[in-house]
Design a protein around this ligand. Structure first.
Ligand SMILES: C[S@@+](CC[C@H](N)C(=O)[O-])C[C@H]1O[C@@H](n2cnc3c(N)ncnc32)[C@H](O)[C@@H]1O
Length: 461
């Protein structure tokens, strides 16, 4: 059986030996194995040995042939590769060909790469941009690339913005070290409308927001004149959250579709898909979508909707029991990678913040709901614990604009994070006051403030 050693030996012997090896069997698996394992090619390698496979019927073999030609970085195959870039039926093959042309790093390849900028496949355009960026600073190239700033594809626009207007994509406020925490936000609960409270805060002061907003007209504390007004309200809240969130940090939003009961037997109940309707608004204001986590509850804990169907079994009348809610995970737009956020912390903080022991491996989290005498929709502690552990570091400020009974605060404190909560309902605010616990972090006691008092504290800073 052919081994990697056989291929290495053939390479050392010369082009003829490699060619003989490739032609020794007309079997795709054999050819693929050889092409895949050629590794580093010597300077005197004859590209025609692999060029012969550019027309192979299998796309993965054509792709490997191009990969190997790309290693040679020679203009000798510019025409072959251009032909593959614009005519091959497979988009990965075409992209690899553009990549191989870029690797030539030659002005003679400019025209081909410029032509690839007009390709209908954004992956090809991005690859061509990559090849041309090597010549950034040359007027012809800069003009061509900058003209893509209005390209219809968002990734293309992002790459160009990052290269040519880096400041506009990253910063919404002067940079502050991520470990810097404003004292006004350490373990504070403010009684007031969250939008008004947030307006007192300076930009980029929060590390993580985890919240469950009021459910549209499903509970007493959440009555809105219309669904559109409700969505606009949430939009306004989350736009402020965006402003006060640090660059590249996370926002985890817990929602689920709600049912508003029917007015009479002559009407149907109406189901509102909150997560799906709020999502496009969040993206539009700049949040990058990261993950959708499904919180699954035991069927016995939710309202029974399937009972009617169980009796009649008639199609169209099927209504499953809703056992899930969404945790939609978003990140504040940045051109920086997560590593940049992680590097903001010293080694000790990173070590202490590591998630030890068991952790969730899938995006379906099975957690029992929690019931509370005072508040009808409290977070289970375990849900908060996971979110806070996975998306924040020790000493960070975790924010919940819709605090309710204050679960996020209590769990954040236990995990040695600071918390900042807002809640407009005085009953829930008093409940949180009654739950006051001893300070755990930095000896910072919990402060309960009115909006007026909080505004004064902030303006004193
Ligand atoms: C779904 S509950 C949050 C429950 C919370 N996750 C807990 O664990 O207790 C939503 C909360 O948002 C509060 N709320 C609604 N509108 C608000 C606003 N404009 N500003 C501050 N809080 C608000 C409601 O009073 C309610 O307590």
């Amino acid at each position: 059986m052919l081994s990697k050693d056989n291929i290495r030996n053939a390479l050392q012997t010369g082009n003829g030996a490699v060619n003989a090896l490739l032609r020794s069997k007309d079997d795709s698996n054999h050819i693929r194995f050889v092409l895949e394992n050629l590794g580093f090619l010597p300077d005197d390698f004859d590209g025609s040995v692999v060029r012969q496979f550019l027309q192979h019927r299998q796309a993965n073999i054509r792709l490997l042939a191009i990969k190997n030609l790309g290693k040679l970085k020679t203009l000798a195959y510019l025409e072959d590769l251009s032909c593959a870039a614009f005519t091959d039926a497979n988009t990965n093959v075409r992209r690899e060909a553009v990549s191989a042309i870029g690797r030539m790093r030659s002005k003679r390849a400019w025209d081909v790469l410029m032509r690839a900028l007009e390709d209908e496949d954004p992956k090809i355009v991005c690859q061509a941009i990559r090849g041309l960026l090597v010549f950034k600073g040359e007027k012809k190239i800069d003009d061509a690339l900058q003209s893509l700033s209005r390209h219809e594809n968002e990734t293309v626009r992002q790459i160009i913005a990052r290269e040519y207007q880096p400041a506009s994509v990253t910063r919404t406020a002067p940079f502050q070290p991520h470990t810097a925490v404003n004292d006004c936000l350490k373990n504070v609960i403010v009684c007031g409308d969250t939008i008004e409270v947030m307006r007192c805060l300076s930009a980029e002061s929060i590390h993580l927001t985890f919240t469950s907003p009021p459910y549209y007209n499903a509970r007493d504390y959440s009555i809105y004149p219309s669904y559109e007004k409700y969505l606009s309200f949430l939009e306004e809240v989350f736009r402020e959250v965006y402003r006060i969130t640090k660059e590249g940090r996370f926002f985890v939003l817990n929602t689920s579709p709600v049912i508003v009961p029917r007015v009479s037997r002559a009407h149907s109940s109406k189901r509102y898909p909150i997560p799906f309707d709020i999502h496009p608004r969040l993206i539009k204001m700049g949040w990058d979508f990261v993950d959708d986590i499904v919180w699954q509850k035991p069927e016995s804990s939710v309202k029974n909707r399937v009972g009617g169907f169980m009796q009649h079994r008639k199609p169209l009348g099927y209504k499953p029991n809703p056992v899930t809610e969404y945790l939609m995970v978003y990140r504040k737009t940045t051109t920086r990678l997560l590593d940049w956020n992680m590097r903001q912390y010293d080694r000790k903080t990173v070590e202490e913040s590591k998630v030890k022991g068991d952790y969730e491996t899938t995006n379906v989290w099975q957690i029992d709901p929690c019931f509370n005498k005072v508040h009808s929709a409290v977070f289970p502690k375990d849900l908060c614990k996971r979110v806070i552990q996975y998306y924040s570091y020790r000493g960070d400020v975790v924010f919940d604009p819709f605090a309710g009974s204050g679960t996020v605060g209590r769990v954040a404190k236990n995990l040695k994070r600071h918390f900042f909560l807002t809640e407009k309902d005085k009953t829930y605010f008093s409940y949180m006051q009654s739950q006051k616990r001893e300070p755990l972090l930095d000896n910072t006691p919990t402060r309960f403030l009115s909006l007026k008092k909080f505004a004064e504290t902030v303006s004193c800073q």
